[in-house]
Write a protein that binds this ligand. Structure first.
Ligand code: ADP
Length: 358
């Protein structure tokens, strides 16, 4: 990342203490610290401060402020970090590094809202991201991204151009098929439409493609999940018993087709009182944890029931992009954890994930 001339002109610096301090950094996303092979360069500036350049193998740029504060404390010198997301493993599917399925056992739990905000948060963490709306029963990504009424375009009469919304590439089955038709779809038709949409969109290079799956665990979802080489799936649920029972069926389905379940997201987890700020567990507490323990998967995030999440959605804007909204931090933390879980699953088999309060 630094030019060679800069590296050579810089004063030689004792790298080992920096490397070992970086390895001691811990957070939910960096469960085993900043590994040595993430380091691109360590440069000591004339005023003795350090500039460290990192190549992150998963999307987690926003955590670098915390990492530099940790290093300043450890090393007692000013530190600045320049980090770029560089996923080095080969693309799993054409020009797409990782495909992540966002699923739910039942409708109305906030799957699409979560999918689109996680996509936005991954992009804000420095990754190249696309979202594919495969929810044939109720494609809502065009509405959530303010793209209603847009028409698909092509440059070569063969491939569709993805829609662009705040740096996210998007494609939706809703642009192509009238939603009434979906009620008569069967598994092979739906999975055929999904693979066609995936294949025939000119995505360009993507680090992550988020797929908003149709809710449920039937034949359609099963054939769809078999058709896509996904790195993992995230199951969105609410704390209610019924939604949890359906999420359980989802876990069983993905196990059957060997798609790793990265974890659960508990949406509408609690209501934050607008007066006192206290969390109120309207739909019950710890349900997702119990389910997660039973199946040996982590709970990746607890997203509150928040009026502004719904309001932003209705305006076709992503709350994940508003750094002043409290819940945007929650989506960012979830995005980093999803990205790092994929990395750890592929590079270190299983790492015990530490879930923090954010
Ligand atoms: P699904 O994709 O599971 O059918 P949606 O994402 O369409 O669900 O969400 C259903 C409704 O719930 C929408 O009106 C959405 O704005 C709202 N919603 C989703 N998540 C939240 C949340 N955490 N807080 C408040 N409203 C939410």
């Amino acid at each position: 990342m630094f030019g060679l001339s800069k590296l050579f002109s810089a004063k030689s610096v004792e790298k080992q203490p920096v490397i070992s301090a970086l390895s001691e950094y811990r957070s939910a996303a960096f469960a085993i610290g900043i590994e040595q092979h993430f380091i691109d360069a360590i440069v000591q500036n004339d005023d003795k401060s350090l500039t460290i350049s990192l190549n992150l193998p998963f999307a987690a740029q926003s955590e670098m402020q915390q990492v530099s504060e940790f290093l300043i404390e450890k090393l007692n010198v000013p530190v600045s970090i320049i980090a770029a997301v560089k996923i080095t493993e080969p693309a799993k599917y054409k020009t797409i590094k990782h495909i992540i399925l966002i699923a739910s056992g039942k409708g109305g739990v906030g799957k699409s809202t979560t999918a689109v905000n996680i996509a936005g948060a991954l992009k804000n963490e420095g990754a190249k991201v696309g979202i594919l709306d495969a929810d044939i029963y109720g494609p809502s990504i065009p509405m959530l991204l303010g793209l209603v009424g847009s028409k698909p375009t092509t440059k070569d009469n063969k491939l569709l151009q993805p829609f662009m919304s705040d740096g996210l590439k998007a494609q939706s089955i809703g642009f192509l098929v009238p939603s009434d038709d979906a009620t008569v779809w069967r598994g092979p038709m739906a999975s055929g439409a999904l693979t066609q949409l995936l294949n025939e969109t000119q995505w360009g290079e993507l680090d992550y493609l988020i797929v908003d799956m149709p809710p449920g665990t039937g034949d359609i979802q099963l054939t769809m999940s078999q058709k896509v080489p996904a790195s993992g799936t995230v199951i969105v649920t609410t704390p209610q018993d019924l939604a949890l029972a359906d999420a359980q069926k989802g876990i069983a389905m993905f196990n059957k087709v060997n798609v790793p379940v990265l974890g659960l997201i508990e949406n509408m987890s609690h209501f934050l009182c607008t007066h006192c700020g206290e969390p109120n567990h309207v739909f019950g507490k710890d349900g997702a944890e119990k389910l997660a323990h039973k199946h040996g998967v982590p709970v990746l995030s607890h997203i509150p029931l928040a009026i502004d999440i719904r309001e932003y959605s209705e305006q076709g804007k992503l709350i994940a992009n508003d750094i002043n909204a409290q819940v945007s931090q929650t989506y960012s933390a979830a995005a980093r954890l999803i990205a790092s879980t994929i990395y750890y699953q592929q590079h270190h088999n299983a790492v015990e994930i530490v879930i923090t309060e954010d």
